[in-house]
Ligand binder design. Structure first.
Ligand SMILES: [Zn+2]
Length: 415
């Protein structure tokens, strides 16, 4: 790679919410964005590699705020948990190497690993950082904290009681966790648990939050049911994954007072619509054939996500995606369908997601001084979100990665 790279593009969406720039150029020096502006105002150093992308849009590299790099959701005769339990850590790492490479090749340049077994996620993160494997900048929660027998107990993070949670948070931070994930309700991937029922009492969640915040770590809760979400808000969690708002027995509900509380306390919601889409409406890789009650149908989940946004809750794209390559595209197409215009959807998956993960000083927008995390796509991304499926160039920290278009959705989109 030359030390300097100059890109000219027809359109530039910088991720901050500023209007689209037309006829723009970016100058990259090493791993940083050195200059951005109108093409004729950006220097053309003789030693720079110059690339021109007419009829293309530059956007910040995308951020997926909820991934599982060691998990395969793909339906086989052997269930997800059984297979995961049988596989060795080496098997999981091998899968992760393929998954993170697919992620970055479709344009995801940062991602949050929201729960993996043992220490595998740290090793994947560090292998990417050392350049051993190709992948996005990975942030890691390690094993999700869950009660004995609770959701994803098969990742090894079972812990009970306030003292236990405090100790587990300290251990995770020692291990190298970038953030803490707590299971505040049951979940579908663990059929012995109930997604509508709270998993921890308030005091236990508060203990985890106190300890994590004391150690300067963000805490996010997995929560589907209203009761678990209420406890998460009361305990001071920073965000809620899924945030499905299901009522008792998995009935469809939407609690307006709870939505207002999320907005008031700046608790972000990561609705993970892509996972439901893949899981329930396949077929294709990632098709899990989950049998779920009405409260978790994709259209219901989208309606609730729309209402959360209308209540003033910040929605962050996070896909729950793992081994399928189009997760972030499905998520942003769903965001578009619930009322985000394309530029707002891109902003949600870039600067908003970077703020959510605490990495906005480094990435999340095309601004001078930030890491050169850039995605160039064919077409007008600010007018049609589906253009994100046509990557022409991916840069991660100034390093060029060969882009690969994601596989097309196998049927008409469900919205
Ligand atoms: Zn998940």
């Amino acid at each position: 790679m030359p030390a300097r790279l100059r890109l000219s593009v027809d359109r530039l969406v910088d991720g901050t919410g500023h209007p689209t720039q037309t006829g723009a150029a970016l100058l990259i020096e090493g791993d940083r964005l050195a200059a951005i502006g109108p093409d004729d105002a950006i220097p053309r150093p003789e030693d720079a590699l110059s690339l021109a992308f007419p009829r293309a849009t530059a956007v910040p590299g995308l951020i997926d705020a909820h991934v599982h790099v060691t998990v395969s959701w793909e339906a086989t005769r052997e269930g997800t948990i059984e297979r995961y339990g049988r596989e060795t850590d080496t098997d999981l790492m091998a899968r992760a190497a393929g998954t993170v490479e697919r992620m970055v090749r479709v344009g995801v340049t940062s991602a949050f690993s929201c729960g993996e077994r043992g220490l595998t996620a740290y090793q994947v993160r560090d292998a990417i950082a050392r350049g051993v494997i190709v992948g996005p900048r990975l942030l890691v929660s390690g094993q999700p904290l869950t009660p004995t027998g609770g959701h994803c107990h098969w990742m090894g993070g079972e812990v009970d009681g306030s003292d236990g949670l405090r100790a587990a948070v300290r251990q995770h931070v020692d291990d190298g966790a970038d953030a803490i994930k707590v299971m505040a309700t049951g979940g579908f991937a663990t059929p012995s648990t109930d997604p509508a029922v709270a998993a921890y009492p308030l005091e236990a969640l508060q203990a985890a939050v106190d300890e994590a915040h004391r150690l300067d770590r963000r805490v996010t809760a997995h929560a589907h049911g209203v009761s678990g979400m209420q406890l998460a808000v009361q305990a001071g969690l920073d965000s809620i994954e899924h945030a499905s708002m299901s009522g008792p027995g998995g009935r469809w509900t939407f609690d307006h007072a709870l939505a207002d509380q999320l907005a008031e306390h700046h608790v972000r919601a990561v609705p993970s619509i892509a996972a439901d889409t893949r899981g329930q409406l396949g077929p294709g890789p990632g098709w899990t054939n989950l049998s779920v009650p009405e409260a978790f149908w994709v259209r219901t989940r989208m309606a609730n996500a729309r209402r959360l946004r209308e209540a003033g809750v910040t929605l962050i794209p996070g896909t729950d995606g793992s081994d399928f390559g189009e997760a972030i595209h499905l998520e942003l197409e769903a965001f578009n369908a619930i009322g985000f215009d394309p530029s707002s959807a891109i902003r949600a998956a870039t600067l908003e997601a970077a703020r959510h993960l605490g990495i906005d000083a480094m990435t999340g927008s095309l601004e001078v001084g930030k890491s050169a995390d850039v995605l160039v796509v064919e077409g007008e991304a600010d007018r049609d979100i589906r253009t994100l499926r046509r990557p022409l160039l991916v840069l991660v920290g100034g390093r060029m990665v060969q882009p690969t278009p994601p596989p097309p959705w196998p049927g008409p989109l469900p919205w």
